[in-house]
Write a new protein. Structure first.
Ligand SMILES: Cc1cc2nc3c(=O)[nH]c(=O)nc-3n(C[C@H](O)[C@H](O)[C@H](O)COP(=O)(O)O)c2cc1C
Length: 316
């Protein structure tokens, strides 16, 4: 396919595997997606510098196709990771949770593309004004950090496209090629999928995590932590404890402590899917199997072609 994003990044399909802490923090998943013609994304979020450097080397040995590194800019070690990304001449940076301005000039120098993750029009406009090359725009259905205002992907993405001229990679709630077609029809230049790629053999999370997400239906996730930095995850014991604290209007300190005590690491690494943060999107309910990422890519491409043919048939 030929879109502004496939041309900009040199990829075959307008399909991006979303950066997911732990799940895509090793080489296997991004390498498989990039080798299948999509954009694989290594999530640097939970990694220390030395671990990041060795994993990046592994990824570069496993694929000669374009790939990206996702870096949450708020993390304490972000500058060190960015230095390593610069030195390694990473071709695509996908930055979240922080301003891009300070970092853009030197990544420009090495010809890297800088893509900023946003979930509101306000942040989309700011990122465009700062000079980023493209946006990832996610809406309310998304796993991880959807917009706190809970506006859906359909509306969030369309609103951003009304006001922003740079290319948009849209996501949140998409798990098959039909969803990809829908967001391309809306005006996006590529689509990013997280939860779908979480349920692959290559994703590096505990088996309990994959099983719990696989069992979930479309209404089994919730926005958890409305009074903090909310996440979308499974409605487990941790989520219920947070809802209970919200109902009784628990003091701020107590609420924050409860929210921070539970971590993604606890669920993803240790397999505690009751009390950990099991980040996943509503599209968990659209996925019925854990499969190799290359097979998932093939299905996405086939379904996208079916969806496009169906729509072309409507005009015949
Ligand atoms: C387990 C998990 C971990 C995530 N970690 C990150 C992360 O480290 N950085 C980031 O920018 N987004 C992260 N996200 C959000 C995804 O990049 C993506 O926006 C989201 O999964 C898209 O929605 P979907 O799950 O409905 O496809 C995470 C999502 C999940 C499900």
């Amino acid at each position: 396919m030929n879109t502004r994003i496939t041309r900009m990044l040199g990829i075959q399909h307008p399909i991006v595997q979303a950066g997911m802490s732990w799940a895509s923090s090793s080489a296997a998943l991004p390498a498989a997606v990039s080798n299948a013609g999509g954009l694989g994304v290594l999530a640097a979020g939970p990694m220390y510098l030395s671990q990041f450097q060795s994993t990046l080397t592994e990824l570069r040995q496993a694929t000669d196709r374009p790939y990206a590194v996702n870096i949450p800019l708020y993390r304490p070690e972000a500058d060190l990771i960015l230095d390593a990304m610069f030195e390694a001449r990473v071709p695509v940076v996908i930055a979240s949770q922080g301003g891009p301005k300070a970092h853009l000039p030197r990544f420009r120098e090495i010809g890297a593309k800088w893509i900023q993750v946003v979930s509101t029009l306000e942040h989309a406009k700011k990122a465009e004004a700062a000079g980023v090359d493209a946006l990832v725009v996610v809406g309310g259905e998304a796993g991880g950090h959807p917009p706190a205002n809970e506006v859906s992907t359909l509306v969030t993405v369309r609103r951003v496209l009304q006001e922003v001229a740079i290319p948009v990679i849209a996501g949140g709630g998409v798990a098959d090629g039909f969803g990809i077609a829908a967001l391309l029809a809306l005006g996006a230049d590529a689509v990013q999928l997280g939860t779908r790629f979480l349920l692959t053999t290559e994703a590096t999370v505990h088996a309990n995590y994959k099983d719990a997400v696989l069992r979930a239906d479309v209404a089994d996730t919730a926005l958890v932590g409305r009074r903090s930095l909310p996440i979308r995850g499974l409605r487990n014991a941790f989520a219920e404890a947070i809802f209970e604290a919200e109902r009784r209007n628990a003091p701020r300190d107590e609420y924050e402590a409860l929210f921070k005590k539970s971590t993604l690491r606890q669920a993803a690494l240790e397999g505690d899917v009751a009390w950990g943060k099991v980040e996943a999107g509503q599209s968990a309910g659209l996925v019925q199997s854990i499969r190799p990422a290359a097979e998932v890519m093939q299905s996405l491409v086939d379904e996208l072609a079916q969806a496009m043919a169906r729509m072309q048939g409507m005009t015949a």
